[in-house]
Design a protein around this ligand. Sequence first.
Ligand code: B12
Ligand code: SF4
Ligand code: SF4
Length: 356
Amino acid sequence: MRRAVLAAARELGFELAGIAPAQALPELQAFPAWIASGRAGEMRYLERKAPRADAPYARENILHVFPWARSVVCCGLVYNTAQPKSTAPAPPGRGWISRYAWGDDYHEVLLAKLRRLAEHLRAAAGAAAGEEAGEDRVYVDTGPIVERVYARHAGLGWIGKNTCLIDQHHGSQFFLGTLVTSLLIAADSAPEDRCGSCTRCLEACPTQALQPYQMDARRCIAYLTIELRGAVPEALRPAVGRHVLGCDICQDVCPWNRRAPVTDLAAFQPRPGLVNPDLEELAAMDETAYRERFRASAVKRAKWAGLRRNLALAMGNSRQARFRPRLQAWSESDDAVLREHARWALRQLEPSDANP
Ligand code: B12
Ligand code: SF4
Ligand code: SF4
């Protein structure tokens, strides 16, 4: 059954696949303290409670929510494409949308593959046992599972100091998909940590969001530009730089991504204009054009309001006077958050002697 499910995962296009045991894993002991320290920010879904009084958080142990689970099939799908890194020089006034959001929404791409994988597994189990396989669930992001921890124990990679899961051949620019099953399948083992004495990601992070193997998500640009609704804390705005959605810096400086392979999957190839996007071109879209352009795209998670807020910050941080008309228009917007961010951005465009 193990061989059949891993072969099926490869056939479906997953570059990485392995099996973890469905049990509380040692890294998850750090989870309650991470939540209690407030580092999840406003991502309340991470605090989902377990249906057991002695175990506060669902994510502490997969068995809290899936008591029938015996194995976790973890799969990785590369999204890296042959495009410049965020750390490479770009023309002035260009923004950055994270690499993972250039193509189609990854949730749908992976879920379709995982559903087919579950069918393969049921068929293999039925053939082996002469009866129907039991329960299973498939998830990409949204399940009460800390996916990287299970994927590590499924042998897909080690958790780097930047908190990403890294494979020595594929780097870290791959998504994870998870299939929880009641079938018992022989598990893999976790690979060794190959970060060594490197600290590049910790040093390159513009907001100092990282400590080795742990993140303060409240400071991460991915959180600030995608998850956070409302105002971006003023102290962090300059460090957000040109990012309008997500951030790739701690992966782009990682030596394991230097020669990482790229995908030829059509769904993950960049849509036009999203690599080093023109800020004014994005800002000129009305809401209808935005919905049309980002249909079935992960960019939609930031919402129309969030994207415009982020564009205002990136324009201010660019110090390019050509963005003044757009920012002036936004500084009178009915949207209070956009109005305030545009006014902040206009102050960044003032000559430096007036703005020491
Ligand atoms: C919330 C979330 C975020 C948050 C918080 C990120 C974070 N580090 O926790 C924000 C919005 C910031 C974010 C950003 C990104 N995310 Co995200 N995110 C998630 C999500 C939905 C939950 C993660 C979670 O539970 N975090 C809670 C913390 C506690 O978990 P953790 O960092 O994984 O920490 C564990 C380990 O680090 C472990 N640990 C391991 N070793 C050690 C050693 C020590 C000493 C200690 C103390 C702890 C420790 O302890 C923790 C468990 O208790 C997952 C999907 C999922 N369901 O898992 C995707 C996921 C992790 N994200 C993903 C991606 C692609 C990204 C971005 C690259 C997107 C972007 N470019 O903008 C960035 C990467 C930023 C980064 N450096 O991690 C991928 C990661 C793939 C990979 N190869 O690693 C995932 C798996 C989604 C997917 N299905 O593919 N994300
Ligand atoms: S994604 Fe960007 S802001 Fe977040 S930890 Fe990595 S470098 Fe820092
Ligand atoms: S940059 Fe260095 S320390 Fe950071 S994740 Fe990559 S190898 Fe590990």
